[in-house]
Design a protein. Sequence first.
Length: 218
Amino acid sequence: MIERLLPAAVAVAETRDDPPHAPLLDGESEIVSRAVEERRREFAAVRWCARRALADLGVGPVPILPGERGAPVWPEGLVGSMTHCDGYRGAAVARVSDGVLAVAVDAEPHLPLPDGVLGVMALPAERLRIADMGRFDPEVHWDRLLFSMKECVYKAWFPLTRTWLGFEQADITIEHGGTFSARLPAADPAVPADGFTGRWLVEEGLIGTALAVPAARS
């Protein structure tokens, strides 16, 4: 699913099931030692995906530990992102030397958001835009799609800036053709002046969003 949303320089691995024997490497087991079984399985499965994607870039198995604000710490010279939801785990990684400054992916179930979340997460202009889109195509849960895009944007923003980005600070416009754009506050030169652009799809009960920040635009 997600590989169709990213450029060829980004390696992607994904699974719909938790591999029964996905290993955890040094330091990873301690992080989920007190977690419930479901959390341990998804933690191991998404790292299994990440290591498969790294292998496609010629990088051997390495621990993938959470760093500041929980963002995964990748080997030097690499950028990446991981995501998981019910029925899906996926990861994407790329080399900075291949012209990718950041990569971000998010997957969500294609279901409406819980009551009250849209009002907290979306700007008034965004709510108006997705209401219009809902009249055009009522089969898509535009509220959940917008939420996924906000998550995706943050996953790209934080590694570049090391600063928090609130839901209200990213103004997202969704295009029917499977793309989206995000206007962002002024930041350091690593963030493109015109914000981020990404792609989205809905299939088999899932929402996928992804973006890659190219070095040429920084």
